[in-house]
Ligand binder design. Structure first.
Ligand SMILES: Nc1ncnc2c1ncn2[C@@H]1O[C@H](COP(=O)(O)OP(=O)(O)OP(=O)(O)O)[C@@H](O)[C@H]1O
Length: 325
């Protein structure tokens, strides 16, 4: 069992958290879950705008037409087939057969009315305990994701930014990031980094997000405004990185400047081999993070897939326009 050291208010470790124990104290259930859903990667990320022009051969979308791949088609990262899931407690079916394929270097956006199942889908992907998968399959890098514990999912490369990031009283942002970063290193057989070295690693990322460095000393999300929480989520992603970043409404609660900072940071993390799945209600985010594919979810299924013009149609005409299209 991996043991992580946490301090309550400074960067010097003092208490231990058993990472593998499900939702172990002292973190609230969802905080521990969130921690385990992260997967950092040690290589330096770099921006490659060319990924936005890549297309996949596996999704029926207008933007695949005529695509050619001199180096071969991009590798499929995530393949979801006929995924059905219920709320564990009540048995209520929420996902009713979701199918979606994401290849390396692609940005996918999921849009849909309130309650259509978008967040549930993303939470099921990271193994949220509130839901039980009843049918379907999910392969991530050719491995059966559904067989994995949430922690393993983070180790194989999935990060999720939650719609409502949790507060973790008594744990500083810096300690939390360091702990998560070192947990990942441990899973890769690497030695932990010391706080001083980590400080040099994290401060440029804080600056890139236009965050006040004082946020590193504050307890995780405690007293943060909605927008500050969202920036903080992206800081976590920037530090930990992932092969697949699932971003659930990162644009909600952001002012115009914050939206640009966050979008810039996300764009800066993209490489030809990683991917983003973002959930959003609004076209404005897609102006900054340009998706290859836009999916519309309705009643627990993806009912339409297209390019960014689908989001523009939605903005113009609402869901009536989509259903009639
Ligand atoms: N743990 C749960 N217990 C009971 N109902 C749930 C649970 N999780 C999801 N649901 C229900 O499933 C439906 C889909 O919820 P979900 O949060 O996935 O929707 P969404 O598309 O993300 O909505 P929004 O755009 O409003 O965020 C909703 O009716 C919601 O109430």
């Amino acid at each position: 069992m991996a043991l992580l050291n946490l301090s309550s208010s400074s960067s010097s470790p003092s208490t231990s958290l058993p990472l593998r124990a499900p939702f172990a104290a002292p973190f609230p259930k969802h905080a521990a879950f969130a921690l385990r859903a992260w997967r950092p990667r040690s290589n330096l990320a770099y921006f490659c705008s060319s990924i936005r022009t890549k297309a996949t051969l596996t999704i029926d979308s207008p933007s695949t037409g005529g695509a050619s791949f001199p180096d071969g088609p991009p590798r499929v990262l995530l393949e979801v087939k006929d995924l059905k899931a219920v709320v564990r407690e009540s048995g209520q079916e929420i996902l009713r057969g979701v199918s979606l394929t994401i290849s390396e270097g692609e940005i996918h956006a999921i849009m849909g009315k309130n309650g259509s199942g978008k967040s549930t889908f993303s939470k099921v992907l990271v193994g949220h305990p509130d839901y039980e998968v009843t049918e379907g399959r999910v392969l991530f890098k050719d491995q059966n994701l559904l067989d994995m514990e949430p922690e393993e999912r983070s180790h194989v490369g999935i990060f999720m930014s939650f719609q409502s990031p949790v507060e973790i009283p008594g744990v500083s942002n810096f300690d939390f990031l360091l702990m998560a970063f070192n947990a990942r290193r441990k899973s890769q057989g690497l030695p932990p980094v010391e706080p001083l070295e980590f400080y040099s690693l994290v401060t440029p990322k804080v600056a890139a997000l236009n965050m006040n460095p004082k946020f590193l000393d504050r307890n995780v999300n405690e007293g943060f405004s909605g927008g500050e929480k969202k920036r903080n989520e992206i800081l976590q992603l920037a530090v930990l990185q992932a092969d697949l970043a699932i971003l659930d409404e990162i644009d909600s609660g952001l002012d115009v400047d914050a939206l640009q900072d966050v979008a810039k940071a996300v764009n800066g993390l993209l490489t030809p081999s990683n991917s983003v799945l973002m959930i959003t209600h609004y076209q404005r985010l897609l102006d900054y993070i340009n998706p290859n594919y836009v999916h519309i979810m309705e009643n627990g299924r993806i009912i339409k897939t297209g390019d960014v013009s689908l989001a523009k149609l939605l903005e113009r005409e609402g869901y009536r326009g989509i259903y009639g299209a």
